[in-house]
Design a protein around this ligand. Structure first.
Ligand code: GTP
Ligand code: MG
Length: 375
C-alpha cells in the first residue's frame, strides 16, 4: 500500500528494517521506521534488496460500505412521493426569514439577534395534506459555505430580492449556487410595499444576471410580494407548489436513511444536537448513524418547528434535530444509517485519525521520495 513506510516494506519483504534504513543511509537519508516512501523510492529499495514489490489499492470500510449505500438503486415500486425541499437564498436583509415566517405563520425574525440569521433553519409544514420543507439560509457574506450547502439539499431555490435594493453580491452568489445545483429558481421580489418602489429596476437586474422574468417573455417566475403586508404570499406559495408538482419528487421511505447534517452544536443538557435533513429512507430512533467523523445511536429526534415535539421516525425530506452523536459533525456532512454500531464507530474513528494525520502535517513522519533523496 502507498505511501509505504519503512516498517511496511520490512514486514512485506521479510527483511529487517535496519537493512532498509542502511540502504537509505548510504543514499544520505536518515529514515525512521515510520517515515513513508513513495512508489519510485520503494521500488528502488526493493531492487537494491532484490525483492519484487506489488502495490495494492487499500479497500477501506468507507469505500465498501458507503459507496454501496450511496449507489443502491431504489426499486421503482418502493418509490413514493416526497415533500419538495425549498430553500430561501439571497442577499443579507432582503427578507428571507421574514418571508418564510410569513409563509409558515411563525415569527422567528423578531427573536434573532440583530435581525441577522446566524443559523440554517429547516422546517416542514403541511399544506392540503402534503408536506413542504423549507430551508432558510443566512445572507451574510461570512456564510458562503452554508449557502452553498443550502443549494445542495434543495429541490427549488427561492431567490429573495428586495425591490429597493435589486441584485446584490450575495444575490449573484446565490444565483450561481442555484445554477450549479441545477435546481429551478423562483424569484420572490420582496418589499414591494415600500412607497415609490419601481420593481422594473430589480427585474432589469435579474435579466442582466440571466434570469429573464416570465412577464418579460422569459422562463423565471418573479412573484412580487411583501413579507410585511402579506401581499403576494399566496401567489408565492402557489407558484412554489406548481413548480414542485411539475417535478414529482420521489424517494424510498422503505430503506435505511441517508441525508445531510445542516449544522450541529453541543448543547448543555442534551449533548450534541445535529440539525439534519433526511434525503432518502426513513430515520428512526435507535438507528446507528455515522456522519463525517461523528457517530452514535439516535437517542431522540425532535421536530424543528416545535422543538419539544419528540418524533420516532423521519421520512424523506424531513428535517429533524437529532440527539445521540458523540461529537458535532461538520456542517454539510452526509449521514448514513448502518446495521452495526461498531462499523459506525470504526468509520468515524478512521476519519478522525485521517484528519489528525493531515493536521499533524509537517510534524508527522517524513515522506521520502527519490527527488528529496538525491537533493
Ligand atoms: P439575513 O438572515 O440577515 O440574511 O436577512 P433576511 O434576508 O432573513 O432578512 P429579514 O427577514 O431578517 O429582514 C430584514 C429586514 O427587512 C427586517 O427589518 C424586516 O422587517 C425587513 N423586511 C422584510 N421583508 C420586508 C418587506 O416585505 N417590506 C419591508 N418594508 N420590509 C421588510
Ligand atoms: Mg434571515
Amino acid at each position: 500500500q502507498l505511501p509505504c513506510t519503512v516498517r511496511d516494506l520490512s514486514e512485506a519483504a521479510g527483511i529487517p528494517a535496519m537493512q532498509i534504513q542502511r540502504i537509505l543511509m548510504q543514499e544520505g537519508v536518515m529514515a525512521k521506521i515510520n517515515d513513508t516512501m513513495d512508489e519510485e523510492l520503494t521500488e528502488f529499495i526493493a531492487a537494491e534488496l532484490g525483492v519484487d514489490v506489488d502495490f495494492v489499492q487499500p479497500v477501506t470500510l468507507e469505500d465498501q460500505l458507503l459507496t454501496s449505500i450511496r449507489e443502491a438503486e431504489d426499486p421503482e415500486d418502493q418509490l413514493e412521493p416526497r415533500p419538495p425541499v425549498i430553500t430561501f437564498l439571497g442577499h443579507v436583509d432582503h427578507g428571507k426569514t421574514s418571508l418564510l415566517d410569513r409563509l409558515i405563520g411563525i415569527n422567528v425574525v423578531s427573536g434573532e439577534s440583530g435581525g441577522i440569521t446566524q443559523h440554517i433553519r429547516a422546517y416542514q409544514i403541511e399544506k392540503d395534506g402534503a408536506g413542504i420543507s423549507f430551508v432558510d439560509t443566512p445572507g451574510h457574506e461570512a456564510f458562503t459555505e452554508m449557502r452553498a450547502r443550502g443549494a445542495n439539499v434543495t429541490d427549488i431555490a427561492v431567490l429573495v430580492v428586495a425591490a429597493d435594493d435589486g441584485v446584490m453580491p450575495q444575490t449573484e452568489e446565490a444565483i450561481s449556487h442555484a445554477k450549479a445545483a441545477e435546481v429551478p429558481i423562483v424569484v420572490a421580489l420582496n418589499k414591494i410595499d415600500i412607497p415609490g418602489i419601481d420593481p422594473n429596476k430589480a427585474m432589469a437586474d435579474l435579466s442582466a444576471n440571466g434570469l429573464q422574468p416570465s412577464e418579460w417573455g422569459g422562463d423565471i417566475e418573479v412573484v412580487k410580494c411583501s413579507a410585511i403586508t402579506g401581499e403576494g404570499m399566496d401567489d408565492l406559495l402557489e407558484t412554489l407548489l406548481t413548480v414542485a408538482d411539475l417535478h414529482e419528487y420521489k424517494a424510498n421511505p422503505h430503506r435505511s436513511a441517508l441525508g445531510t447534517s445542516l449544522e450541529a452544536q453541543q448543547e448543555s443538557g442534551h449533548g450534541v444536537v445535529a440539525k439534519v435533513i433526511v434525503e432518502n429512507g426513513t430515520l428512526r430512533v435507535g438507528d446507528n448513524v455515522v456522519c463525517g467523523d461523528s457517530y452514535g445511536k439516535v437517542r431522540a429526534m425532535f421536530d424543528t418547528l416545535r422543538p419539544e415535539l419528540a418524533i420516532q421516525e423521519a421520512g424523506p425530506s424531513t428535517p429533524v434535530n437529532l440527539l445521540g452523536l458523540d461529537v458535532a459533525p461538520a456542517a454539510g456532512e452526509h449521514f448514513y444509517v448502518l446495521d452495526d454500531i461498531a462499523q459506525a464507530r470504526e468509520l468515524a474513528e478512521t476519519r478522525r485519525e485521517q484528519t489528525r494525520k493531515e493536521t499533524l502535517g509537517s510534524t508527522g513522519p517524513v515522506h521520502v521520495t527519490l527527488e528529496n533523496l538525491f537533493d
